[in-house]
Design a protein around this ligand. Structure first.
Ligand code: FEO
Ligand code: CA
Ligand code: CA
Ligand code: CA
Length: 599
Protein backbone atom coordinates (compact mmCIF):
# COMPACT_ATOMS: atom_id res chain seq x y z
CA UNK A 1 0.00 0.00 0.00
CA UNK A 2 1.38 3.37 -0.97
CA UNK A 3 0.13 6.39 0.99
CA UNK A 4 -1.21 9.25 -1.12
CA UNK A 5 1.25 12.00 -1.88
CA UNK A 6 0.93 14.76 0.66
CA UNK A 7 0.56 17.31 -2.11
CA UNK A 8 2.65 20.15 -3.47
CA UNK A 9 0.83 22.76 -1.36
CA UNK A 10 2.39 21.24 1.76
CA UNK A 11 5.98 21.52 2.96
CA UNK A 12 6.20 24.89 1.22
CA UNK A 13 7.96 26.59 4.12
CA UNK A 14 11.69 27.21 4.26
CA UNK A 15 13.41 24.79 6.66
CA UNK A 16 14.91 26.36 9.77
CA UNK A 17 18.57 25.77 10.47
CA UNK A 18 19.91 23.71 13.36
CA UNK A 19 20.75 26.19 16.10
CA UNK A 20 21.31 26.81 19.78
CA UNK A 21 19.28 29.72 21.06
CA UNK A 22 17.28 29.91 24.25
CA UNK A 23 14.00 30.33 22.45
CA UNK A 24 11.65 28.79 19.89
CA UNK A 25 12.62 29.02 16.24
CA UNK A 26 9.92 28.43 13.60
CA UNK A 27 9.92 29.13 9.84
CA UNK A 28 9.40 32.58 8.43
CA UNK A 29 5.69 33.35 8.35
CA UNK A 30 4.95 31.38 11.53
CA UNK A 31 4.59 32.50 15.15
CA UNK A 32 5.19 30.46 18.31
CA UNK A 33 3.88 31.46 21.74
CA UNK A 34 4.38 29.71 25.11
CA UNK A 35 1.15 28.60 26.79
CA UNK A 36 0.20 26.96 30.10
CA UNK A 37 3.70 26.63 31.59
CA UNK A 38 4.38 24.63 34.76
CA UNK A 39 2.69 26.28 37.74
CA UNK A 40 -0.14 27.98 35.82
CA UNK A 41 -3.20 28.09 38.12
CA UNK A 42 -5.68 25.55 36.75
CA UNK A 43 -8.26 24.43 39.32
CA UNK A 44 -9.75 25.05 42.77
CA UNK A 45 -8.67 28.39 44.21
CA UNK A 46 -6.33 29.00 41.24
CA UNK A 47 -3.19 29.70 43.33
CA UNK A 48 -0.84 32.07 41.51
CA UNK A 49 2.51 30.74 40.29
CA UNK A 50 5.32 31.99 42.52
CA UNK A 51 8.49 32.54 40.50
CA UNK A 52 10.73 31.60 43.44
CA UNK A 53 9.15 28.12 43.54
CA UNK A 54 7.69 28.60 47.01
CA UNK A 55 4.28 27.25 46.00
CA UNK A 56 3.16 24.51 48.41
CA UNK A 57 2.11 20.94 47.66
CA UNK A 58 -1.51 21.99 47.95
CA UNK A 59 -0.89 24.80 45.45
CA UNK A 60 0.73 22.40 42.98
CA UNK A 61 -2.34 20.17 43.13
CA UNK A 62 -4.26 23.09 41.60
CA UNK A 63 -1.62 24.14 39.08
CA UNK A 64 -0.32 22.80 35.78
CA UNK A 65 2.28 20.07 36.43
CA UNK A 66 5.92 19.92 35.38
CA UNK A 67 7.67 18.44 32.34
CA UNK A 68 4.94 18.49 29.71
CA UNK A 69 4.94 15.51 27.35
CA UNK A 70 2.26 13.73 25.26
CA UNK A 71 -0.82 15.85 24.50
CA UNK A 72 -4.14 15.87 22.67
CA UNK A 73 -6.62 18.57 21.71
CA UNK A 74 -10.26 17.50 22.00
CA UNK A 75 -12.70 19.87 20.25
CA UNK A 76 -15.23 21.02 22.84
CA UNK A 77 -18.07 19.50 20.83
CA UNK A 78 -16.33 16.12 20.37
CA UNK A 79 -19.15 14.22 22.06
CA UNK A 80 -21.78 15.62 19.72
CA UNK A 81 -19.65 14.84 16.69
CA UNK A 82 -18.41 18.40 16.25
CA UNK A 83 -14.96 19.61 15.30
CA UNK A 84 -14.45 23.02 16.84
CA UNK A 85 -11.10 24.57 16.07
CA UNK A 86 -11.58 27.50 18.44
CA UNK A 87 -12.48 25.83 21.76
CA UNK A 88 -11.60 22.53 23.35
CA UNK A 89 -9.92 20.53 26.07
CA UNK A 90 -6.14 20.39 25.87
CA UNK A 91 -5.01 17.33 27.80
CA UNK A 92 -1.30 16.85 28.45
CA UNK A 93 1.11 14.68 30.40
CA UNK A 94 3.68 15.63 33.04
CA UNK A 95 6.42 13.05 32.77
CA UNK A 96 8.65 13.79 35.77
CA UNK A 97 10.02 16.64 37.85
CA UNK A 98 13.30 18.47 38.28
CA UNK A 99 14.21 18.79 41.94
CA UNK A 100 16.53 21.69 41.21
CA UNK A 101 13.65 23.73 39.81
CA UNK A 102 10.51 22.68 41.65
CA UNK A 103 11.78 23.87 45.06
CA UNK A 104 13.42 27.22 45.87
CA UNK A 105 16.80 25.63 46.65
CA UNK A 106 16.54 22.11 45.29
CA UNK A 107 16.60 19.33 47.85
CA UNK A 108 19.32 18.28 50.21
CA UNK A 109 17.64 16.17 52.86
CA UNK A 110 16.69 12.53 53.20
CA UNK A 111 14.31 11.73 54.78
CA UNK A 112 12.30 13.97 52.52
CA UNK A 113 10.04 16.70 53.81
CA UNK A 114 6.45 15.53 53.34
CA UNK A 115 5.17 18.71 51.69
CA UNK A 116 8.00 18.60 49.17
CA UNK A 117 7.08 15.02 48.28
CA UNK A 118 3.44 16.08 48.06
CA UNK A 119 4.39 18.84 45.64
CA UNK A 120 6.47 16.49 43.50
CA UNK A 121 3.73 13.87 43.32
CA UNK A 122 1.25 16.60 42.40
CA UNK A 123 3.51 17.89 39.61
CA UNK A 124 3.26 14.47 37.92
CA UNK A 125 0.29 13.11 36.01
CA UNK A 126 -2.00 14.88 33.58
CA UNK A 127 -3.63 18.31 33.14
CA UNK A 128 -6.99 18.89 31.51
CA UNK A 129 -7.33 22.53 30.40
CA UNK A 130 -10.43 24.05 28.84
CA UNK A 131 -9.07 26.55 26.31
CA UNK A 132 -10.58 29.02 23.89
CA UNK A 133 -9.26 31.08 21.03
CA UNK A 134 -9.58 34.82 21.55
CA UNK A 135 -10.60 37.52 19.07
CA UNK A 136 -6.96 38.41 18.43
CA UNK A 137 -6.13 34.79 17.53
CA UNK A 138 -4.33 33.95 20.77
CA UNK A 139 -5.58 31.20 23.12
CA UNK A 140 -6.56 31.46 26.79
CA UNK A 141 -7.54 29.15 29.60
CA UNK A 142 -11.25 29.24 30.49
CA UNK A 143 -10.95 30.02 34.19
CA UNK A 144 -13.35 28.21 36.51
CA UNK A 145 -14.43 25.79 33.79
CA UNK A 146 -15.73 22.54 35.34
CA UNK A 147 -13.53 20.64 32.87
CA UNK A 148 -10.24 22.00 34.25
CA UNK A 149 -8.71 19.13 36.19
CA UNK A 150 -5.48 17.80 37.63
CA UNK A 151 -4.80 14.10 37.74
CA UNK A 152 -1.66 13.39 39.74
CA UNK A 153 0.53 10.68 41.20
CA UNK A 154 -2.03 10.35 43.98
CA UNK A 155 -5.41 10.41 42.16
CA UNK A 156 -7.62 7.34 42.87
CA UNK A 157 -7.77 5.02 39.85
CA UNK A 158 -9.23 1.64 38.98
CA UNK A 159 -7.57 -1.38 37.48
CA UNK A 160 -9.59 -2.68 34.53
CA UNK A 161 -9.20 -5.79 32.41
CA UNK A 162 -7.66 -9.18 33.20
CA UNK A 163 -5.39 -8.00 36.05
CA UNK A 164 -8.24 -6.47 38.08
CA UNK A 165 -8.72 -8.58 41.20
CA UNK A 166 -5.46 -10.54 40.78
CA UNK A 167 -3.74 -11.46 44.05
CA UNK A 168 -0.65 -9.71 42.65
CA UNK A 169 -2.31 -6.28 42.80
CA UNK A 170 -3.75 -6.62 46.30
CA UNK A 171 -2.42 -3.85 48.53
CA UNK A 172 -3.23 -2.33 51.87
CA UNK A 173 -5.12 0.34 49.91
CA UNK A 174 -7.07 -2.15 47.79
CA UNK A 175 -7.63 -5.52 49.49
CA UNK A 176 -9.65 -6.74 46.48
CA UNK A 177 -7.04 -5.67 43.92
CA UNK A 178 -9.33 -3.32 42.04
CA UNK A 179 -7.84 0.09 42.81
CA UNK A 180 -4.62 2.06 43.08
CA UNK A 181 -3.53 5.67 43.41
CA UNK A 182 -1.91 7.80 40.79
CA UNK A 183 -0.19 7.61 37.45
CA UNK A 184 3.55 8.28 37.11
CA UNK A 185 6.11 9.07 34.45
CA UNK A 186 3.47 9.84 31.86
CA UNK A 187 5.47 10.07 28.68
CA UNK A 188 3.71 9.52 25.36
CA UNK A 189 -0.04 9.50 24.96
CA UNK A 190 -2.88 8.47 22.74
CA UNK A 191 -6.57 9.09 22.36
CA UNK A 192 -9.48 6.84 21.59
CA UNK A 193 -12.06 7.04 18.78
CA UNK A 194 -14.67 7.55 21.51
CA UNK A 195 -13.18 10.83 22.73
CA UNK A 196 -11.09 9.85 25.74
CA UNK A 197 -7.42 10.38 26.52
CA UNK A 198 -4.79 7.68 27.01
CA UNK A 199 -1.69 8.33 29.08
CA UNK A 200 1.31 6.01 29.18
CA UNK A 201 3.32 5.01 32.25
CA UNK A 202 6.94 4.77 31.09
CA UNK A 203 9.78 4.81 33.64
CA UNK A 204 7.54 4.13 36.65
CA UNK A 205 9.74 1.38 38.08
CA UNK A 206 12.32 3.83 39.37
CA UNK A 207 9.84 5.47 41.73
CA UNK A 208 9.73 2.36 43.93
CA UNK A 209 12.16 0.68 46.29
CA UNK A 210 12.29 -2.98 47.17
CA UNK A 211 15.24 -3.78 49.40
CA UNK A 212 14.38 -7.46 49.79
CA UNK A 213 17.22 -9.86 48.99
CA UNK A 214 15.02 -11.55 46.41
CA UNK A 215 12.58 -9.55 44.32
CA UNK A 216 9.59 -10.97 42.42
CA UNK A 217 9.95 -11.03 38.63
CA UNK A 218 7.21 -8.37 38.43
CA UNK A 219 9.75 -6.00 40.02
CA UNK A 220 13.13 -7.26 38.86
CA UNK A 221 12.43 -7.47 35.13
CA UNK A 222 11.34 -3.81 35.20
CA UNK A 223 14.15 -2.35 37.29
CA UNK A 224 12.46 -1.57 40.62
CA UNK A 225 15.31 -0.20 42.73
CA UNK A 226 16.98 -2.30 45.39
CA UNK A 227 17.82 0.77 47.45
CA UNK A 228 15.51 3.78 47.07
CA UNK A 229 12.90 5.43 44.89
CA UNK A 230 14.23 8.08 42.47
CA UNK A 231 12.85 10.90 44.65
CA UNK A 232 12.98 9.09 48.02
CA UNK A 233 9.24 9.67 48.52
CA UNK A 234 9.11 6.52 50.65
CA UNK A 235 11.15 8.40 53.27
CA UNK A 236 8.82 11.44 53.51
CA UNK A 237 8.34 12.71 57.06
CA UNK A 238 5.95 13.00 58.77
CA UNK A 239 5.16 9.57 57.41
CA UNK A 240 1.91 8.82 55.65
CA UNK A 241 0.54 5.91 53.69
CA UNK A 242 0.58 7.92 50.43
CA UNK A 243 4.41 8.08 50.68
CA UNK A 244 5.19 4.76 52.39
CA UNK A 245 3.56 2.88 49.51
CA UNK A 246 6.67 3.57 47.43
CA UNK A 247 8.52 1.10 49.63
CA UNK A 248 7.54 -2.28 48.20
CA UNK A 249 9.79 -4.27 50.53
CA UNK A 250 8.43 -7.11 52.63
CA UNK A 251 9.86 -5.52 55.75
CA UNK A 252 7.84 -2.36 55.16
CA UNK A 253 4.70 -4.32 55.98
CA UNK A 254 2.82 -3.84 59.20
CA UNK A 255 -0.17 -5.60 60.73
CA UNK A 256 -2.60 -3.60 58.62
CA UNK A 257 -1.10 -4.63 55.30
CA UNK A 258 1.69 -3.75 52.93
CA UNK A 259 2.61 -2.36 49.53
CA UNK A 260 4.68 -5.21 48.14
CA UNK A 261 2.34 -5.19 45.12
CA UNK A 262 2.18 -1.42 44.66
CA UNK A 263 4.65 -1.45 41.70
CA UNK A 264 2.39 -4.00 40.00
CA UNK A 265 -0.33 -1.37 39.77
CA UNK A 266 1.96 0.73 37.53
CA UNK A 267 3.26 0.18 34.01
CA UNK A 268 -0.10 0.45 32.30
CA UNK A 269 -2.01 2.54 29.77
CA UNK A 270 -4.48 4.75 31.66
CA UNK A 271 -7.76 5.93 30.11
CA UNK A 272 -9.11 9.31 31.23
CA UNK A 273 -12.46 10.80 30.21
CA UNK A 274 -11.71 14.53 30.03
CA UNK A 275 -15.37 15.40 29.44
CA UNK A 276 -16.42 13.89 32.78
CA UNK A 277 -14.44 15.63 35.52
CA UNK A 278 -15.68 13.13 38.11
CA UNK A 279 -14.62 10.06 36.12
CA UNK A 280 -12.17 7.64 37.73
CA UNK A 281 -9.18 6.94 35.46
CA UNK A 282 -9.01 3.32 34.31
CA UNK A 283 -5.74 1.38 33.98
CA UNK A 284 -6.29 -0.82 30.91
CA UNK A 285 -4.31 -3.91 31.85
CA UNK A 286 -5.12 -5.93 28.73
CA UNK A 287 -2.66 -3.67 26.82
CA UNK A 288 0.27 -5.05 28.80
CA UNK A 289 2.69 -3.83 31.45
CA UNK A 290 5.98 -2.31 30.37
CA UNK A 291 7.66 1.07 29.84
CA UNK A 292 4.79 2.37 27.72
CA UNK A 293 6.04 5.19 25.56
CA UNK A 294 3.02 5.98 23.43
CA UNK A 295 -0.20 4.34 22.28
CA UNK A 296 -1.82 4.63 18.87
CA UNK A 297 -4.94 3.19 17.31
CA UNK A 298 -4.78 1.44 13.96
CA UNK A 299 -7.10 2.60 11.22
CA UNK A 300 -10.70 1.95 12.27
CA UNK A 301 -13.19 -0.16 10.41
CA UNK A 302 -16.81 -0.51 11.43
CA UNK A 303 -17.50 -4.08 12.53
CA UNK A 304 -13.78 -4.98 12.83
CA UNK A 305 -11.67 -5.24 16.01
CA UNK A 306 -9.89 -2.16 17.31
CA UNK A 307 -6.10 -2.38 17.03
CA UNK A 308 -3.78 -0.52 19.40
CA UNK A 309 0.03 -0.27 19.11
CA UNK A 310 2.44 0.55 21.94
CA UNK A 311 6.22 0.52 22.27
CA UNK A 312 8.34 -0.33 25.30
CA UNK A 313 11.05 2.33 25.50
CA UNK A 314 13.92 0.49 27.01
CA UNK A 315 17.06 -0.87 25.40
CA UNK A 316 16.37 -4.14 23.55
CA UNK A 317 12.66 -4.09 24.36
CA UNK A 318 9.69 -4.66 22.09
CA UNK A 319 6.75 -3.30 20.07
CA UNK A 320 3.24 -4.58 20.90
CA UNK A 321 -0.18 -4.72 19.30
CA UNK A 322 -3.50 -5.27 21.04
CA UNK A 323 -6.49 -6.58 19.09
CA UNK A 324 -9.89 -6.34 20.76
CA UNK A 325 -12.17 -9.36 21.02
CA UNK A 326 -15.28 -7.33 20.31
CA UNK A 327 -15.76 -5.47 17.04
CA UNK A 328 -15.82 -1.70 16.79
CA UNK A 329 -19.08 0.06 16.11
CA UNK A 330 -19.01 3.85 16.22
CA UNK A 331 -22.25 4.12 18.16
CA UNK A 332 -21.34 1.70 20.96
CA UNK A 333 -17.55 2.06 21.17
CA UNK A 334 -16.05 2.64 24.61
CA UNK A 335 -13.38 1.63 27.07
CA UNK A 336 -14.78 -1.89 27.38
CA UNK A 337 -13.14 -2.63 24.01
CA UNK A 338 -9.76 -2.27 25.73
CA UNK A 339 -10.56 -4.77 28.49
CA UNK A 340 -10.83 -7.92 26.41
CA UNK A 341 -8.58 -8.96 23.55
CA UNK A 342 -5.24 -10.46 22.58
CA UNK A 343 -1.86 -8.82 23.13
CA UNK A 344 0.77 -9.58 20.47
CA UNK A 345 4.47 -8.74 20.24
CA UNK A 346 6.36 -8.03 17.02
CA UNK A 347 8.93 -10.26 15.35
CA UNK A 348 10.64 -8.48 12.45
CA UNK A 349 12.09 -11.12 10.13
CA UNK A 350 15.30 -10.58 8.14
CA UNK A 351 13.46 -10.81 4.80
CA UNK A 352 11.19 -7.80 5.45
CA UNK A 353 8.24 -9.82 6.66
CA UNK A 354 6.99 -9.76 10.19
CA UNK A 355 4.77 -11.70 12.56
CA UNK A 356 2.63 -10.82 15.54
CA UNK A 357 3.20 -13.37 18.30
CA UNK A 358 0.37 -13.87 20.81
CA UNK A 359 0.99 -13.56 24.56
CA UNK A 360 -2.01 -15.61 25.51
CA UNK A 361 -2.67 -18.21 28.18
CA UNK A 362 -5.00 -20.01 25.76
CA UNK A 363 -2.45 -20.22 22.96
CA UNK A 364 -0.85 -23.68 22.98
CA UNK A 365 2.15 -22.59 20.94
CA UNK A 366 2.95 -19.72 23.32
CA UNK A 367 2.49 -21.91 26.39
CA UNK A 368 4.75 -24.56 24.87
CA UNK A 369 7.46 -21.96 24.31
CA UNK A 370 7.08 -20.83 27.92
CA UNK A 371 7.36 -24.40 29.19
CA UNK A 372 10.45 -24.99 27.03
CA UNK A 373 12.01 -21.88 28.56
CA UNK A 374 11.18 -23.06 32.06
CA UNK A 375 8.75 -20.17 32.59
CA UNK A 376 5.30 -20.70 34.07
CA UNK A 377 2.31 -18.38 33.98
CA UNK A 378 -0.67 -18.97 36.27
CA UNK A 379 -3.22 -17.06 34.23
CA UNK A 380 -3.58 -14.19 31.76
CA UNK A 381 -3.12 -11.65 34.56
CA UNK A 382 0.25 -13.24 35.32
CA UNK A 383 1.26 -12.96 31.66
CA UNK A 384 0.22 -9.31 31.49
CA UNK A 385 1.99 -8.41 34.75
CA UNK A 386 5.10 -9.97 33.21
CA UNK A 387 4.62 -8.77 29.64
CA UNK A 388 8.36 -8.34 29.03
CA UNK A 389 9.10 -11.89 30.15
CA UNK A 390 6.25 -13.22 28.02
CA UNK A 391 7.68 -11.39 25.01
CA UNK A 392 11.13 -12.86 25.69
CA UNK A 393 9.58 -16.30 25.73
CA UNK A 394 7.61 -15.69 22.52
CA UNK A 395 10.79 -14.86 20.59
CA UNK A 396 10.08 -11.23 19.74
CA UNK A 397 12.65 -8.92 18.11
CA UNK A 398 14.70 -6.80 20.51
CA UNK A 399 14.53 -3.21 19.26
CA UNK A 400 16.59 -0.02 19.61
CA UNK A 401 14.26 1.58 22.19
CA UNK A 402 10.78 1.88 20.65
CA UNK A 403 9.31 5.31 21.35
CA UNK A 404 6.18 6.74 19.66
CA UNK A 405 4.13 5.21 16.88
CA UNK A 406 1.97 6.92 14.26
CA UNK A 407 -0.60 5.48 11.88
CA UNK A 408 -1.21 7.02 8.46
CA UNK A 409 -4.79 8.32 8.54
CA UNK A 410 -5.73 6.87 5.16
CA UNK A 411 -3.58 3.81 4.55
CA UNK A 412 -3.14 2.48 8.08
CA UNK A 413 0.62 2.21 7.54
CA UNK A 414 2.38 2.22 10.93
CA UNK A 415 5.58 4.15 11.74
CA UNK A 416 7.63 3.79 14.92
CA UNK A 417 10.61 5.75 16.18
CA UNK A 418 13.55 3.75 17.55
CA UNK A 419 15.34 6.48 19.42
CA UNK A 420 18.84 5.02 19.88
CA UNK A 421 20.74 2.10 21.38
CA UNK A 422 24.43 2.55 21.99
CA UNK A 423 24.61 -0.90 23.56
CA UNK A 424 23.92 -2.82 20.33
CA UNK A 425 27.09 -4.59 19.25
CA UNK A 426 28.18 -5.70 15.78
CA UNK A 427 27.12 -9.23 16.63
CA UNK A 428 23.64 -7.98 17.54
CA UNK A 429 22.92 -6.17 14.27
CA UNK A 430 19.81 -7.41 12.48
CA UNK A 431 17.81 -6.08 9.54
CA UNK A 432 15.31 -4.01 11.57
CA UNK A 433 18.09 -2.66 13.84
CA UNK A 434 20.93 -2.39 11.31
CA UNK A 435 23.51 -0.32 13.16
CA UNK A 436 25.82 -1.17 16.03
CA UNK A 437 26.31 1.61 18.59
CA UNK A 438 23.15 3.21 17.19
CA UNK A 439 23.58 6.63 18.76
CA UNK A 440 21.21 8.47 16.44
CA UNK A 441 18.25 6.11 16.00
CA UNK A 442 15.92 5.34 13.09
CA UNK A 443 12.28 5.08 12.05
CA UNK A 444 10.78 1.75 11.02
CA UNK A 445 7.40 1.29 9.32
CA UNK A 446 5.14 -1.53 8.25
CA UNK A 447 1.93 -2.42 6.48
CA UNK A 448 -0.31 -5.07 7.94
CA UNK A 449 -1.21 -7.78 5.46
CA UNK A 450 -4.92 -7.41 4.70
CA UNK A 451 -6.73 -6.04 7.78
CA UNK A 452 -5.15 -3.89 10.50
CA UNK A 453 -5.65 -6.87 12.85
CA UNK A 454 -3.64 -9.22 10.60
CA UNK A 455 -0.98 -11.43 12.15
CA UNK A 456 1.61 -10.80 9.42
CA UNK A 457 3.09 -7.60 8.08
CA UNK A 458 5.73 -6.22 5.72
CA UNK A 459 8.21 -3.71 7.03
CA UNK A 460 11.02 -1.44 5.85
CA UNK A 461 13.19 1.30 7.31
CA UNK A 462 11.84 4.78 6.61
CA UNK A 463 14.90 6.67 7.72
CA UNK A 464 18.24 6.28 9.45
CA UNK A 465 18.84 9.38 11.56
CA UNK A 466 22.28 10.99 11.75
CA UNK A 467 24.47 13.83 10.60
CA UNK A 468 24.47 15.50 7.18
CA UNK A 469 25.25 12.87 4.54
CA UNK A 470 23.64 9.95 6.35
CA UNK A 471 21.95 7.67 3.83
CA UNK A 472 19.07 5.27 4.26
CA UNK A 473 20.00 2.19 2.21
CA UNK A 474 17.50 1.20 -0.46
CA UNK A 475 16.14 4.75 -0.70
CA UNK A 476 17.26 8.03 -2.22
CA UNK A 477 17.24 9.75 1.15
CA UNK A 478 20.45 11.50 2.15
CA UNK A 479 20.18 13.85 5.12
CA UNK A 480 21.12 17.50 4.59
CA UNK A 481 21.51 20.62 6.71
CA UNK A 482 17.75 21.06 6.37
CA UNK A 483 16.91 17.79 8.11
CA UNK A 484 19.78 16.10 9.90
CA UNK A 485 18.51 14.78 13.22
CA UNK A 486 19.24 12.36 16.04
CA UNK A 487 17.21 10.45 18.63
CA UNK A 488 13.74 10.65 17.06
CA UNK A 489 11.08 10.22 19.74
CA UNK A 490 7.67 11.93 19.32
CA UNK A 491 5.86 10.95 16.11
CA UNK A 492 2.48 12.06 14.76
CA UNK A 493 0.54 12.07 11.50
CA UNK A 494 -1.52 15.15 10.84
CA UNK A 495 -4.79 14.75 8.95
CA UNK A 496 -3.09 15.83 5.72
CA UNK A 497 -0.75 12.85 5.87
CA UNK A 498 2.39 14.67 6.94
CA UNK A 499 4.58 12.90 9.49
CA UNK A 500 5.89 15.10 12.34
CA UNK A 501 9.09 13.92 14.05
CA UNK A 502 10.34 15.25 17.40
CA UNK A 503 13.79 14.68 18.86
CA UNK A 504 15.02 13.84 22.35
CA UNK A 505 18.79 14.10 22.23
CA UNK A 506 20.50 14.21 25.58
CA UNK A 507 23.97 14.78 26.96
CA UNK A 508 26.75 15.60 24.55
CA UNK A 509 24.61 14.86 21.49
CA UNK A 510 22.55 17.92 22.31
CA UNK A 511 25.30 19.94 24.00
CA UNK A 512 28.08 19.65 21.42
CA UNK A 513 26.71 17.59 18.55
CA UNK A 514 26.05 18.86 15.01
CA UNK A 515 22.29 18.95 15.57
CA UNK A 516 21.79 22.02 17.76
CA UNK A 517 18.96 21.98 20.27
CA UNK A 518 16.16 19.43 20.19
CA UNK A 519 13.79 20.02 17.34
CA UNK A 520 10.78 19.02 15.30
CA UNK A 521 10.80 18.08 11.63
CA UNK A 522 8.06 17.19 9.20
CA UNK A 523 8.21 14.55 6.48
CA UNK A 524 6.27 13.58 3.40
CA UNK A 525 6.07 9.79 3.85
CA UNK A 526 6.00 9.09 0.12
CA UNK A 527 8.79 11.30 -1.20
CA UNK A 528 10.82 11.28 2.03
CA UNK A 529 11.14 15.05 1.70
CA UNK A 530 11.93 16.17 5.26
CA UNK A 531 12.27 19.71 6.63
CA UNK A 532 13.15 21.05 10.05
CA UNK A 533 10.16 23.08 11.31
CA UNK A 534 10.99 24.05 14.89
CA UNK A 535 14.01 24.26 17.19
CA UNK A 536 13.47 24.42 20.96
CA UNK A 537 15.22 26.37 23.73
CA UNK A 538 18.38 25.35 25.60
CA UNK A 539 18.54 21.90 27.18
CA UNK A 540 14.92 21.02 26.36
CA UNK A 541 13.22 18.11 24.68
CA UNK A 542 10.52 18.66 22.05
CA UNK A 543 7.72 16.18 22.71
CA UNK A 544 3.95 16.00 22.42
CA UNK A 545 1.96 17.33 19.48
CA UNK A 546 -1.65 17.92 18.54
CA UNK A 547 -3.64 20.37 16.43
CA UNK A 548 -7.06 21.85 15.94
CA UNK A 549 -9.12 20.00 13.29
CA UNK A 550 -8.54 22.80 10.77
CA UNK A 551 -4.75 22.37 11.24
CA UNK A 552 -4.43 26.11 11.80
CA UNK A 553 -3.32 25.88 15.44
CA UNK A 554 -0.54 23.46 16.34
CA UNK A 555 0.22 22.53 19.95
CA UNK A 556 3.76 21.34 20.76
CA UNK A 557 5.28 20.68 24.17
CA UNK A 558 8.68 21.83 25.36
CA UNK A 559 9.91 19.62 28.19
CA UNK A 560 12.68 20.30 30.68
CA UNK A 561 14.20 23.51 29.26
CA UNK A 562 17.30 24.25 31.30
CA UNK A 563 17.71 20.57 32.12
CA UNK A 564 21.20 21.10 33.57
CA UNK A 565 20.17 23.93 35.90
CA UNK A 566 21.19 24.10 39.52
CA UNK A 567 19.36 26.13 42.13
CA UNK A 568 19.94 29.79 41.28
CA UNK A 569 21.98 28.92 38.19
CA UNK A 570 19.62 28.31 35.32
CA UNK A 571 20.90 27.11 31.93
CA UNK A 572 17.70 28.36 30.29
CA UNK A 573 15.31 31.16 31.19
CA UNK A 574 12.60 30.09 28.78
CA UNK A 575 9.78 31.05 28.57
CA UNK A 576 9.71 33.95 31.05
CA UNK A 577 13.11 35.43 30.13
CA UNK A 578 15.42 37.55 32.28
CA UNK A 579 16.95 35.48 35.07
CA UNK A 580 13.78 33.42 35.59
CA UNK A 581 13.71 29.74 36.33
CA UNK A 582 12.90 27.69 33.21
CA UNK A 583 9.42 26.16 32.93
CA UNK A 584 8.16 23.38 30.72
CA UNK A 585 5.28 24.68 28.61
CA UNK A 586 3.08 24.10 25.62
CA UNK A 587 3.87 26.13 22.51
CA UNK A 588 1.12 27.33 20.20
CA UNK A 589 2.20 27.67 16.59
CA UNK A 590 0.12 29.57 14.07
CA UNK A 591 0.74 30.74 10.52
CA UNK A 592 0.70 34.49 10.19
CA UNK A 593 -1.56 34.37 7.11
CA UNK A 594 -4.00 32.10 8.95
CA UNK A 595 -3.07 29.13 6.79
CA UNK A 596 -2.57 25.42 7.42
CA UNK A 597 0.45 24.50 9.53
CA UNK A 598 3.10 22.83 7.41
CA UNK A 599 2.03 24.51 4.17
FE1 FEO B 1 9.93 9.48 28.12
FE2 FEO B 1 10.84 7.29 26.04
O1 FEO B 1 10.70 9.04 26.48
CA1 CA C 1 9.57 10.17 24.73
CA1 CA D 1 13.17 9.76 24.70
CA1 CA E 1 11.46 13.19 28.47
Amino acid sequence: VVPPVAGPELLGFTAVAASRTDGIVVPQGYTARAFLPWGTPLTGSYPAYLADATNSGADQEQQVGMHHDGMHFFPIDTRSGGDSSTEGLLVFNHEYIDNNLIHPNGIDTVPRIADEARKEIAAHGVSVAHIQQQADGSWALVNNSPFNRRITGATPMELAGPVRGSSKVVTKYSPDGSRTRGTLNNCGNGYTPWGTYLTCEENWAGYFANTDATKPREHSRYGVSGSNGRYFWETATPTADIYQRFNASTLAADASGDYRNEPNTFGWIVEIDPFNPDSVPQKRTALGRFGHEGVIFGKLEEGKPVVVYSGDDSTFEYIYKFVSSAPYYKNTAGGHLLNDGTLYVARFNEDGSGDWLPLDINNADFMAKAAAAGVSFADQADILLNTRLAADVAGATKMDRPEWGAVHPETGEVYFTLTNNTRRTDAQIDAPNPRANNATGHIIRWNEREAQSALAFDWDIFLLAGDVGTETPGTELTLTADNHLASPDGLWFDKNGLLWIQTDMSGSQQGEGPYGNNQMLVADPVTRQIKRFLVGPTDCEVTGISATPDMKTLFVNIQHPGDRSEPGNFTSNWPDGGNSRPRSATVIVTKDDGGVIGS
